[in-house]
Design a protein around this ligand. Structure first.
Ligand code: NDP
Length: 495
């Protein structure tokens, strides 16, 4: 446990600063109930200054004009420094978010690989040449960085999601303004310290701490911002699409999900039950990729649910600072009440609680925790089966035929991810083809790699992040048309 609350400050034009009006916001740890950080509370003043710095840094080419190998060298140094700072980052991530320390170590240390992968892509940006347009014409399509990018991140994976966006934008040659959630600002601020040590030129990445309004909203409407990349709720994603439309910014959105796993009777049921348990309780279900609903064949439903319930009893919920803990605290009291509200509404609508369904009291730490919960007797129209509960809550639906399973899986406004469990390759392949989701897992759940694009269909978002496709989002396409020799025929008749 750190001796004192971490002081998170804005990082603007290479300098760490407090807010001009001196305002700060305390972050009380969701698990330990003590103030673990104090963050500068930004206003329009700091946001304007950060955007101005990013614009100037882009326009004078101090970053975008560097050879890609020089940009890559900085990103590789950042990756090394992230690894060296893993423990410090992980402790703060856990104290601010409530997630288990083992998970924070995996996410903060593991983020170094995203930085290295993005660095490797920096040198691959290239366009096309067209040498067949006629003897006197050469056409070249070049890729350029899009410009100033606003990066807005949520509280559930603060360091990881930042690392899914920032190194790819920097690799492309963009400059950035970053706003983390006010609930989890510190590891983003710590990254600022790492960027200085790694030698990133001043103004290339700026960090403003504060609330969605005024900081986030100005970042999505300002004339000098060219692109917004946002991860968070679908409601705020829609607001950003509207507000940024006035200046026609490019917008990439990674939003919510109501992700199904479909279990066929011929599946490896032991493995499937474990993956379902992992999928729903990981990060206390506060995860866009949470597999919050399963669609299981009716012949095996009873036995399968029993298996998941039995595994649920074995998952270690509790003190996030303990190395064996697998599931920690809920991010805020309000959010816990929201989760509990979904459960109460489902019970009133006739659903049956197989396990959990209540607040969890952890001795010595209080009750900002929620029990592992499995809900049956759910119909597809219930809110608990349709909306993002964002808690450790699994809903169970059943099917008879393959077509029914696909229809239930796709019966959602969301389309982030989906999973299929079967030993029959034809069943798996057909499901993969018909599932309306940005990622489809086959006989696994939430395996991810920096090489593979991530993002959603339908109201789960637009655009992709990570992978080559994620990198390309930060590049603009320009066509060059070059005439060889003086062959252009005049348009105006002069004789
Ligand atoms: P939000 O979508 O409200 O917040 C995400 C980020 O957007 C935060 O940094 C937030 O700032 C910022 N923001 C809020 N309003 C604006 C705005 N008008 N313009 C620009 N930026 C803005 O998520 P919440 O944290 O409130 O969570 C609410 C629900 O969203 C959750 O219960 C969950 O269902 C879903 N969610 C989904 C996530 C995902 O990974 N897909 C991640 C997080 C939440 P600040 O909060 O600091 O004011």
């Amino acid at each position: 446990m750190p001796d004192a609350a971490y002081q998170a400050r804005h990082f603007i034009n290479g300098v760490f600063v407090d807010s001009a009006d001196g305002q700060k916001l305390d972050r009380v740890s969701p698990s330990h109930g003590i103030v673990v950080s104090q963050a500068a509370l930004g206003s329009e003043t700091e946001t304007q200054a950060a955007i101005k710095a990013a614009r100037a840094a882009f326009d004078d080419g101090r970053w975008s004009s560097l050879a890609a190998k020089e940009r890559a060298a900085v990103l590789y140094r950042v990756a090394d420094l992230i690894e060296q700072n893993e423990e410090r980052l992980a402790v703060m991530e856990t104290l601010e978010s409530g997630k288990p320390i083992s998970q924070s170590r995996g996410e903060c240390g593991g983020a170094a690989d995203l930085w290295r992968y993005a660095a490797s892509l920096a040198r691959t940006a290239h366009g096309d040449s067209h040498n067949t347009l006629g003897a006197d014409i050469l056409g070249v399509v070049v890729k350029e960085p899009i410009g100033v990018v606003s990066i807005i991140t949520p509280w559930n994976f603060p360091f990881w999601i930042l690392s899914q966006k920032l190194p790819f934008a920097l690799a492309a040659g963009c400059t950035c303004v970053v706003k983390p959630s006010e609930m989890t600002p510190s590891t983003t601020s710590m990254l600022g310290e790492i960027l200085v040590e790694a030698g990133l030129p001043a103004g290339v990445c700026n960090i403003v701490l504060g609330l969605g309004t005024p900081v986030g909203s100005l970042m999505t409407t300002h004339d000098d911002v060219d692109m917004v990349t946002f991860t968070g709720s679908t409601a705020v994603g829609k607001m950003i699409t509207k507000s940024s439309g006035e200046t026609l910014k490019k917008v990439a959105l990674e939003l919510g999900g109501k992700n199904p796993q479909v279990i066929f009777p011929d599946a490896d049921l032991e493995n499937a039950a474990d993956a379902v348990t992992f999928g729903v309780y990981f990060n206390v279900g506060q995860c866009c990729n949470s597999s919050s609903r399963i669609i299981v064949h009716e012949d095996i439903a009873d036995a399968f649910v029993e298996r998941v319930v039995a595994l649920s009893r074995k998952v270690v919920f509790g003190n996030p600072m303990h190395p064996d803990t697998q599931v920690g605290a809920i991010v805020t009291e309000d959010h816990k009440a929201k989760i509990d509200g979904y459960i109460k509404d489902a019970i009133s609508a006739g659903a049956e609680i197989c396990i959990g369904g209540q607040v969890l009291d952890v001795p010595g730490l209080g009750d900002q925790f929620y029990q592992p919960t499995v809900v049956r007797g759910v119909t597809p129209d219930m809110a608990i089966a349709r909306e993002e509960v964002f808690g450790p809550v699994l809903t169970v639906l059943t099917f008879k035929t393959f077509d029914q399973a696909v229809a239930l899986a796709n019966d959602s406004t969301y389309g982030l991810s989906a999973g299929v469990w079967s030993e029959n390759v034809h069943t798996c392949l057909e499901f993969c083809r018909r599932a309306q989701a940005g990622t489809v897992w086959t006989n696994t759940w939430m395996d991810g790699f920096p090489e593979l694009a991530f993002g959603g269909m339908k109201q789960s978002g637009q655009g992709r992040e990570i992978g080559r496709y994620g990198f390309e989002e930060f590049l603009e396409v320009k066509s060059l048309v070059m005439r060889i020799g003086r062959t252009r025929a005049p348009w105006v008749k002069t004789d």
